[in-house]
Design a protein around this ligand. Structure first.
Ligand code: C2E
Ligand code: CA
Ligand code: CA
Length: 571
């Protein structure tokens, strides 16, 4: 496929820039080529460069006479080839001086037409061939490159890494991942154009590094770059080089910082993608590390990797064998004098045959990365719904329970149907199964998420925005997003009540939610003092160790029976 086919303008005539001062030669070439091509003529080198600047996008090839008035043909050639913006334009040199051939080819000319001209058939065939070749090359360039930065995209990058390995089997190499600290905050604050500018600068720095030191680089996704290069020792110097000019005042008054993860002397027997996963793992340890934002893949990360493999490998058997168990943590309504049990949250644990009870903090982020979370979430929803039904049938207790809905589910067009199916199968209505959607989910592809959330609410589901205040906060979301409750993040509560207690923000947040008529739930409440203060601030519901830890279903059943009995007695 040629580039023109690629853009579906193959019917258009290709345009040739003919740089020739001799009138007779101009007319000869026009007669040979004019039927097939559009011809633009420049009579001097200056004029030629002017036309290239203005019409680069529409030119297919340059036919360049070496003998020109003003700047010479050689000069024009070296300027075209020396400018990264134009260097891809193929140039055929025309001269009577055979000696010049080698010099022109060295400078980047693609072919050479001797004067006096050969038969016009020969010239035509050569030009056509060269245009085709360069268009094929351009198509490849467009598919293998990232449009914004011009770097390779991830797929082609991996291919070229494989090639490098083939040619340099015994050369030690490093797999490196680097990205911008808090890039999403930067983007939100200064806008996408400035964000893009930063990414382009980083890409330029990285390109200049690999041009000099060897290796290849790509932008893998968003602000994440990958670099494969000969093993080096000084990663601080590399990081400084990649960060050059990012603090330029025209870009931002805030420092833009890169962080980097290195899989040093990457084992070439390990899958290429895995090598960069390791570098990424190392980069994650460098997060927020202001003085040395460089992480090296090490032994303990290797152990984490082994553990993760073990968890992923065991996932489906665990689902089949019901190794995932649901714990329940109560939520209490604190609006009255006496707290009233109002609902619960379903929290999954893994009773692993060899590892014992594994916390969701270990496996949920992992399954969120590889998509297994969708299956797990559905399992937990079903288990929870059937438990709610069981309590209803056996104990005549109707307690709504919230389940966690991981972000990836929100892109599933069948989400509402799946949830409705689960509630229906268990004879419940949508209000019995509350949905906690984590706040970070709201910051991506907002439109689609808003549509999904609206649809869920239309079918009667209650939506609780989870982890509010954990760093992705955008208060404007409260306006755009239809929600039924706001769950303040555990960290948020923690920092309000830490040693130098400062509850002003917490209070403001609760007040704000109230002004939007959205009830608040505080999680992670551990002490009587926290409980009393949150109550005084107007917080509606509380969840936390102060009342109870998450409990296995039997223990939780005892808790609800007792709580409801107590409530009855108090009535
Ligand atoms: P989360 O949704 O924010 O759940 C609250 C976490 O805080 C739970 O941790 C809970 O045990 C803990 N917690 C509650 N009260 C207190 C307290 O007073 N003090 C302290 N220190 N911690 C408290 P857990 O059970 O380890 O769950 C961790 C996270 O895993 C959950 O955070 C949730 O994001 C995720 N998760 C758990 N189960 C599921 C699930 O079925 N699906 C999905 N997608 N995520 C789940
Ligand atoms: Ca939750
Ligand atoms: Ca939470």
């Amino acid at each position: 496929m040629t580039a023109n086919n690629f853009f579906s303008i193959s019917e258009e005539r290709r345009r040739i820039l003919l740089v020739e001062d001799d009138y007779v030669n101009q007319e000869t070439l026009k007669a040979s080529l004019g039927d097939i091509y559009d011809i633009v003529v420049a009579e001097t080198g200056e004029e030629a460069l002017e036309i290239i600047r203005a019409q680069y996008e529409t030119l297919s090839i340059v036919l360049l006479d070496l003998n020109l008035p003003g700047i010479s043909g050689i000069d024009v050639l070296s300027r075209i080839k020396g400018d990264p913006g134009y260097s891809r334009l193929p140039v055929i040199v025309m001269t009577a001086d055979n000696e010049a051939e080698v010099e022109c080819l060295t400078l980047g000319a693609i072919d050479f037409i001797p004067k006096p001209y050969p038969a016009s058939k020969v010239i035509l065939a050569r030009i056509l061939r060269i245009i085709e070749l360069s268009e094929d090359r351009e198509t490849l360039r467009l598919t293998e490159r990232d449009q914004l930065t011009g770097l390779y995209n991830k797929e082609f990058f991996y291919r070229y890494v494989a090639q490098l390995d083939l040619y340099h089997k015994d050369t030690p190499a490093d797999a490196i991942v680097f990205d911008v600290n808090h890039f999403h905050t930067y983007n939100d604050r200064y806008g996408k154009t400035r964000g893009d500018e930063i990414l382009k600068r980083i890409a330029n720095n990285a390109t200049s590094y690999v041009n000099e030191a060897g290796g290849i680089v790509c932008r893998s996704v968003a602000d994440t770059f990958m670099l494969y290069c000969k093993h080096i020792d000084n990663y601080e110097a590399l990081l400084a080089r990649l960060s050059a000019c990012l603090d330029d005042d025209s870009i931002s008054e805030n420092r833009v910082r890169l962080r980097m993860g290195v899989y040093v002397n990457a084992d070439k027997n390990v899958d290429i993608e895995r090598r960069f996963d390791r570098a990424k793992m190392a980069a994650d340890t460098a997060r927020d590390h202001l003085t040395a934002p460089i992480g090296l893949f090490n032994h303990s990360m290797r152990e984490t990797e082994i553990l993760e493999e073990q968890l992923i490998d065991g996932f489906h058997a665990a689902l089949r064998e019901k190794q995932f168990v649901v714990y329940y943590q109560p939520k209490f309504d604190i609006e009255q004098d006496v707290p009233v049990l109002s609902s619960a949250e379903a929290l999954v644990r893994w009773k692993h045959p060899t590892l014992g009870l594994v916390s969701p903090g270990v496996f949920i982020p992992l399954f969120e990365k590889n998509g297994l979370i969708q299956e797990l979430d559905q399992y937990v929803w079903s288990q929870t719904a059937s438990k709610i039904r069981d309590w209803k049938e056996r104990l005549n207790i109707s307690l709504p329970v919230s389940v966690n809905v991981s972000r990836i589910n929100l892109y599933d067009p069948e989400l509402t149907d799946k949830l409705l199916n689960i509630t229906k199968t268990n004879g419940l209505n949508a209000k019995n199964l509350l949905l906690e959607i984590t706040e970070s989910a709201y910051t991506e592809k907002t439109d689609q998420i808003i549509t999904t959330v609206k649809n869920l609410r239309k079918h009667g589901f209650f939506i609780e925005m989870d982890d509010f205040g954990c760093g992705y906060s955008s208060l404007s979301m409260l306006i755009d997003m239809p929600i039924d409750a706001l769950k303040l993040d555990i960290q948020f509560i923690r920092s309000a009540f830490k040693e130098q207690k400062d509850t002003r923000l917490l209070e403001a947040m609760i007040g704000l939610a109230k002004s939007f008529e959205v009830p608040t739930i505080a999680e992670g409440v551990e002490t009587a003092e926290q409980y009393a203060e949150l109550k005084a601030m107007g917080c509606n519901t509380i969840q936390g160790y102060y009342f109870s830890r998450p409990l296995p279903e039997d223990d939780f059943e005892k808790l609800i029976v007792k709580a409801l009995k107590k409530e009855e007695n108090e009535c």
